[in-house]
Design a protein. Sequence first.
Length: 849
Amino acid sequence: MQPDSPYLRLAEPYLREAITVGSTPGSVDRSYELANSYYFQAMMLEANEQLPQAVLLFDKAIRLGKQSRKTGKWAYAFLNQALDYYKLGDYERCIQKARLGSHYYGQRNDLRSQAQCSGLEAMALGTMNQVTKAAQLLALAIRQISLINAQDMDLGDYYVQLGDLQGQLNQPQAAMASFQKAISNFSFHKDAQGIAVYSKIGYLHLNAFKDTLIARTCFQRVIRQAASSYQRAKAYTGMGDISRSSKHYKQALQYYQRGLQTLPINFTPSQLTHNPSASSVKIAAHKAYLLTLIQNKADTWLAWATNTANRQYLTYALQTYQLADQMIDFMRWEQTGQQSKLYWRQQTHSLYERAIETSFRVGNAQQAYHFIEKSRAVILADKINELGARQHLAPELATLDYQIRQRTTNFQNQLGTQSIGTLAYRRTRLALLNEQERLDSLIHELETTNGAYYRYKYTNVVTPLPQVQQWLEKRDASLLSFFVGESAVYIVGVTPAGVQLHSLPVRRYAQTVQPFMRLLATNSLNSKENFSRLLVLANGLYQQVVQPFTLPPGRVIVSSDGEFIPFETLSRSPFQADYLVKQYAFSYTYSVQGLLKGPSVQKARYAYLGMAPVQFNDIVVRYDSGYNHQSQPVLTGSETALIKSSSHYKQSVLLTGAKATRLAFQQNAHYANVVQLFTHADAITVPDSTGSVEPTIFFADSALRLSEMQASQNVATQLIILMACKTGLGINQKGEGVFSMARGFASLGVSSILTTLWSVENLPTYRLAELFHDQLAKGLPKDLALQQAKLQFLDEASMLEQLPSHWAGIILIGNTDPLPSSSQLWLWLIGILVISAISGSWFFFRKKT
């Protein structure tokens, strides 16, 4: 029965009654009947394009169906749910559900359904540019289906997918052959959906063969014959793209407008300046189609404005980019998989670049700042918001949430130690998929039943610039917010006194910053030639990104896009070392919005936890590319340095030598106000051909990878000091930032991180840590404490140690507020004890009475 079947609609009241009766507690197990009822109800929601609600009911159908141990219509929920997640743009969850379905159907020897799951997984992998894996799965699906029937009706869909993959691999002739096979299969079965293949062929001719005439003919055919409004909208998009490529901007806008009118979003205006409302795009299914149309329309307004110098067209472009920005939020809220979110961050980065360019052209600083904030670290913000949202849960729900997440992490860790393809690996992966499914169900349920949880988790407000300026004024601070695009670098400079906009070509910026960072990270600066080169680059970068702004001396927050640059090493002179550290106290942030929220304050058991393994076991670390045996050198002197740093804290716990284990860290770190690690770490900043080496930190007995870090229920840590090499480095995910060890701790709710940007020398690191704690003990804000520590180090250092490679690699990320003093901590703890004692006495007296 199809989702839009009139019989299914007639059955709706009976389904509701069946669910009510089946849900009533009794002696008879109704799980099988309930599973089928939920399945059909979910199909009705699909027919009404209420996909987020449909996936929830499919979840219930699967859970109850498994419980009943009977196979019925509900078993198709795996396929429906995977497809719905694909339509929602949550490709990671599509893959997860398809794998669960493939396992279920494989156990029951249902080869057709198993092949369909492989096809859905391949479709999602291909969309996320994992073309090799997708092609392998698709080949498997085609073989399985062909064994059933050489003219099976599912083969048409698989040949379409194969053509898409071949197009991605720049094999246009092979892609055309696959599309023709698909058309032949659809024609054999008299399937009207086959007309949609002509849009694929149209884009192949437009992009690969550069034949706009044939492309236009294909798109027009789809517009005339396709029954699906989405397929017609896609064809109108193709027609608009042809017109835009030939600079017929008005005609392109007309086609995009027709596409918007075609979609089932209740949008009818033909005026090119009109856009759908935010409320109508929020409830739309297939949001990827809609976003493409809106983005293309905005890009066309911008291109037309550039071509004609018409300022009004810029205004229309800005309005359309604002709608696209809202739509990106709606799509993000419907996605739970991190890889799906990463894909969309990368896909929308260019959209934000053009939106920021438009804002700069019209001189709209507020909108430029808004788009810069919305373009970065959104996944990190979601994780931090989720940590806050959990505080609004009842204790039993918070515990359940934590337990499921803990089990998920445990299975992920187990999977990391098992050989791919083994029975143990397959069993653990299935257990992990089931646990992820439980977590998804819980999160969806919380979002629909707990208003406070939903509001806190999905807050997307960007604070207006006047309020940001007030916040900066209270701290005597300034702000530099960066966006690094494909063609330009955009910077918004904010001080309490005003706002400035500045841009420069990205090529000029890259030609300065890349050799600058390479020189800093090497030990070659003791060469006069290299040091002179560094000063020239440091001054060039200063002229590009700092000098254009009127920044008063003092505290400066740098909101970076991608890799962090140590601004304190920029020089006002190209001939002598006139470093900015003498004038400014720099700190860094992943996003300004995260800073404005302030740290989450939890009760700490002790003020300071210090760990120094000193010596390390030989450790085997499993990466995507295979197993890596790590042998770390001894950190002589780290134990002594730790003792010196801890001397400022009355309540301190020191774990050194063999006691500094991974488990000890995981069990104790979240209870300390300040955590300091003297250890080794590793990070690779670019993926290799077989997979990326993720950031890893080493303990005496084993290593902790970034993906293995798991949030505790309550994190009291306000500052973590990572005195290990390259803890601020990792893969730079476009549109989201560097996935480093430092960022991992930020995602756990740690508000301040002292981290390193390259391999640092031991003795300067120990001394800088000691001086930093000295300054913190005086009550200084963390950024000023680090600045003063560096200045004092430079005063004491030898000529060699004054080279920035020795001191500038240590930076502060996040909140800069002073730490509470030891006396404040003691007063706070005493206050809690007094209140507890009074409460206990009152309760005892009341009970006696």
